[in-house]
Design a protein around this ligand. Structure first.
Ligand code: IPE
Ligand code: IPE
Ligand code: MG
Length: 242
């Protein structure tokens, strides 16, 4: 069973999880961080090389300011706390999004975290923060213009090279928790041919068994990439050749 090389997760349902327990929203977000830890480990065990988790979208600034402030604070607390162990396990911590719009202290923590984890890395934990698929494409176009790229001869590989995810393979599987069936501006370019899996499980409850279920579902998918599936091609060949 070959696992997906890259999994993207739209971690949703922190708030619903807290509400069900009559807990403040913050408790849901904190429990969500614990899930990232657990799921990142389970992905590593399963042989997944890249895990991208959607931590904060460009649209999430529209939330109440105390919730936004809490989430930023949670990033500030969590990143330095997790770095030593990630470095030890050979996991590179990357960040994708409009990082330059975050507070200078958070930007510094993110740069440090990447510097400390990027050598000898065999796996990548990529956190999408202030991330939007559309702004990523806009940023790529701006960066190409700045680099003086010739837009008349542009190809898909060149665009991919200007995205935040530069150097990472496209995701094979996108998981969304809490039952929603939308992309919410996540990895729009990169997930052109990803398999989509949605589970009703709320993100703070998502664990190893849920990941296993998603992987089993993924294994049962036939990825055609627009072509005829293998079996059908060989069946037709048999018919034609007698
Ligand atoms: C996901 O949980 C976390 C973020 C978007 C930061 P939500 O906070 O969206 O939880 P629900 O979807 O309202 O339950
Ligand atoms: C998507 O979740 C963003 C993140 C997981 C960070 P949202 O809860 O913000 O998405 P919508 O608003 O339900 O589409
Ligand atoms: Mg939500």
């Amino acid at each position: 069973m070959t696992p997906p090389v890259h999994i993207g997760i739209i971690m949703d349902g922190n708030n619903r999880w807290a509400r069900q327990r009559l807990l403040p929203r913050e408790a849901g977000h904190r429990a969500g961080v614990e899930s990232i830890r657990r799921v990142a480990e389970a992905c590593e065990t399963a042989g997944v090389r890249v895990l991208t988790v959607y931590g904060f979208s460009t649209e999430n600034w529209a939330r109440p300011s105390d919730e936004v402030a809490f989430l930023m604070q949670l990033f500030e607390e969590t990143i330095p706390r997790e770095v030593p162990e990630l470095a030890e396990r050979g996991i590179e911590l990357r960040f994708s999004g409009r990082i330059e719009e975050l507070s200078p202290s958070l930007q510094q923590l993110m740069r440090d975290a990447n510097l400390k984890t990027r050598d000898n890395a065999h796996a990548v934990l990529n956190i999408a923060v202030n991330y939007g698929g559309r702004s990523e494409i806009v940023d790529a176009i701006r960066a190409m213009a700045r680099a003086g790229a010739d837009l008349r001869t542009l190809d898909e590989a060149a665009v991919s090279d200007f995205l935040y995810t530069q150097g990472l393979p496209d995701p094979d599987l996108i998981i969304r928790t809490a039952g929603e069936m939308r992309l919410s501006n996540f990895l729009l370019w990169q997930s052109a041919y990803a398999e989509f899996y949605s589970t009703p499980t709320l993100w703070p409850d998502f664990g190893e068994a849920d990941l296993e279920q998603a992987l089993v579902a993924y294994q049962s998918r036939v990825r055609r990439f627009g072509a005829r599936p293998e079996e059908e091609v060989s069946h037709r060949a048999r018919q034609v050749n007698g």
